[in-house]
Ligand binder design. Structure first.
Ligand SMILES: Cc1ncc(COP(=O)(O)O)c(C=O)c1O
Length: 420
């Protein structure tokens, strides 16, 4: 197989470094730590369609990062883009909202089991921060319990004490528990009786750099009971899992109902908006908060969202991504085994995490991912990957061929590391 060159991408990145901090900042850039070694990864995209993107040097990739989640139906989905184009003829950002905002809220309430209302913003972090405000407004309490390792965005309260720009006051009201440790949560609630406004967590544990973990049997049901007993708002951050596990919400998937649920990534197939949904009991509290943004009520994303959710329902996209993800991950594991690699897969099949476990340093994994990327299968290291509805059986077969060759390159380079 030929391996990719990144001449145009690298040249543009050099220009970017002069005028943009870090060239490409955050998780999409080499500074994010998931594209290691940076030389193995393209830096810019030139076009997208379905399961693929093409980089600036015209190399094509089967993309298992899906823009870190938003690409759920396939890039440039015709139904979504047609809906957006039709709305574009009428306008986007105006002094008043367009009527499709109400259509979108109705669709969320009809679709998501725990939703009695929907409030729209732009980014995932907008609605995780809003969830805490709502919980504090409703309870009159200050503290939040979070799960160690969970990501909720970049607002100062979500960051670690000691991170550049974060001061003690930013995180003073956060308390932390281990994932799946109900006894620890119970103890903390007891210690801080009457002080906890909110328990916020992702539906399962999907941090970067570690094997992901599903909820233990009965965990969420016990958490629900505990929150009810102590008047604590139970908020689910479904920004990443939302609509990939279950169109009715990931709380529904795991058999409970949250009080608040945050959505973003898959909501509009890449068109830009997020949503906080919640129970009637919190409707007055959210209405009492002052929270808005210049573009939050613009109309194009709502048209995209309506088309996206309706198409996901028609395709049974959650089941499709689960079954395709299962096929792919089973195939990857077996291909690794053939070459002497133990590829450990964790998380949910539509959003799996993988790691070559032959060495503790994760260097073999980085080598293998680099060889896949250079051959047109876009994975990143140490972050969960994503399925989308446009990935075909043929794409999966191509991916397994590429993975096979990449494993054989890494095996030849590291014979001492192989499992007999
Ligand atoms: C679970 C989770 N919560 C919140 C966020 C923040 O979303 P955004 O980057 O859109 O602010 C993310 C983004 O990756 C996320 O995965």
């Amino acid at each position: 197989m030929k391996t990719n060159q990144y001449t145009q991408s690298d040249a543009l990145f050099q220009r970017a470094l002069k005028v943009i901090p870090a060239g490409i900042y955050g998780h999409l850039g080499p500074a994010g730590g998931c594209a290691v070694p940076p030389s193995a990864f393209p830096k810019y995209v030139s076009r997208t369609k379905g399961a693929y993107f093409w980089d600036l040097d015209n190399n094509r990739y089967i993309d298992y990062m899906c823009a870190y989640g938003p690409n759920v139906l396939g890039y440039a989905d015709e139904d979504v883009d047609q809906a957006v184009l039709a709305q574009m003829q009428q306008g986007d950002c105006a002094t008043l909202p367009f009527g499709n905002m109400v259509d979108m809220a109705e669709l969320m309430v009809d679709t998501v089991t725990s939703a009695d209302w929907a409030f729209f913003a732009k980014n995932g972090g907008d609605v995780t921060s809003l969830a805490l405000m709502v919980a504090k407004a409703a309870t009159g309490r200050s503290k939040t319990i979070l799960v160690k390792g969970n990501y909720h965005g970049v607002a100062p309260w979500t960051q670690k004490m000691g991170a550049p720009g974060v001061v003690p006051e930013d995180v003073a009201n956060n308390l932390y528990v281990e994932w799946n440790n109900f006894e620890q949560l119970e103890q903390l609630v007891e210690q801080h009786k009457g002080e906890i406004a909110c328990f916020m967590s992702t539906p399962y544990w999907h941090p970067a750099f570690v094997d992901n973990q599903l909820p233990a049997e009965g965990y969420w049901q016990k958490v629900r009971k505990l929150c009810d007993k102590h008047g604590i708002v139970l908020a689910i951050d479904d920004v990443r899992c939302g609509f990939r596990l279950d169109i009715r919400g990931s709380d529904h998937y795991y058999g409970f109902e949250a009080d608040l649920i945050c959505f973003c990534k898959a909501l509009g197939n890449g068109y830009n908006f997020s949503a906080l949904c919640g129970k009637d009991s919190l409707k007055d509290a959210i209405a009492s908060t002052f929270y808005t943004g210049s573009y939050w009520l613009s109309a194009l994303p709502f048209s995209a969202g309506l088309a996206t959710i309706n198409k996901l329902k028609a395709l049974q996209g959650d089941e499709l991504m689960r079954s395709q993800g299962t096929l792919l991950t089973q195939g990857l594991r077996a291909t690794g085994q053939k070459h002497g690699f133990n590829l450990v897969i964790s998380g949910e099949p539509s959003m799996w995490y993988m790691r070559i476990a032959n060495d503790d340093s994760l260097m073999l994994h980085q080598q293998w991912v680099a060889e896949c990327v250079k051959r047109g299968v876009f994975f990143t290291n140490h972050h969960n990957l994503f399925m989308n509805c446009a990935i075909s059986a043929e794409d999966i077969a191509t991916t397994l061929d590429v993975a096979d060759e990449a494993f054989s390159v890494v095996a030849q380079r590291n014979p001492h590391a192989l499992i007999a």
